[in-house]
Design a binder for this molecule. Structure first.
Ligand code: AMP
Length: 180
């Protein structure tokens, strides 16, 4: 990972204490999108990982994974596929319940969108407890046998999500670590 980019991300990402609940240190990822140079560098970094791992489809996790994931898919001229919250996707879907750092929810993906032959990169802004990513991993493993690549901008490593995810996937990449 590019050390200058890591340094810049650590300097620039705003952290808002007690949002949306007391005790949560909220990492405001929009401090990246508001900064065109930093935004571009993040997308370029993710795109080169995409090329390196010969990815055929990018999956973005709702909602912030859509912002980064769709640009990476565009840049690599490959399809973007959303994992959405409960009840938003039409047609045949596969679903999984998961835990958030705050609350619980369910994620869904359209069954037709991933083929068994696809090499998938899953992108989200952040991994905390890992509930969302682990549920996504299980969903995608039921659709493709190929190795999954997970990319996050921030890993709240003290919450242990990335450690748990690494038990299911040996390709988990985070740009920076932070304390949640
Ligand atoms: P988790 O399932 O606990 O790994 O939570 C990951 C998801 O929740 C990510 O998609 C984040 O967008 C959001 N999230 C969880 N904790 C935080 C946090 N401290 N700051 C910003 N977003 C968070």
């Amino acid at each position: 990972m590019n050390k200058n980019l890591q340094k810049k991300l650590k300097e620039e990402i705003r952290v808002i204490p007690d949002f949306p609940l007391k005790g949560i240190m909220f990492q405001d990822i929009f401090s990246i999108t508001e900064n065109p140079k930093l935004f571009k560098d993040v997308i370029n970094e993710l795109s080169s990982l995409c090329k390196k791992h010969k990815i055929t489809k990018v999956v973005g996790i709702e909602a912030r994974g859509f912002i980064f994931g769709s640009l990476v898919a565009y840049k690599n001229a490959i399809p973007f596929v959303p994992i959405r919250k409960k009840g938003k996707l039409p047609g045949k879907i596969i679903k999984k319940k998961y835990k958030l750092e705050y609350g619980t929810d369910q994620i869904e993906i359209q069954k037709h969108s991933i083929l068994n032959s696809d090499k998938v990169m899953i992108i989200d802004d952040l991994i905390a407890t890992g509930g969302t990513a682990i549920a996504s991993c299980k969903l995608l493993k039921s659709l493709t046998n190929k190795k999954l690549t997970f990319c996050f901008i921030i890993d709240l490593h003290n919450l242990g999500g990335s450690k748990k995810l690494k038990l299911l996937s040996n390709n988990v990449i985070s740009m920076i670590n932070a304390v949640g």
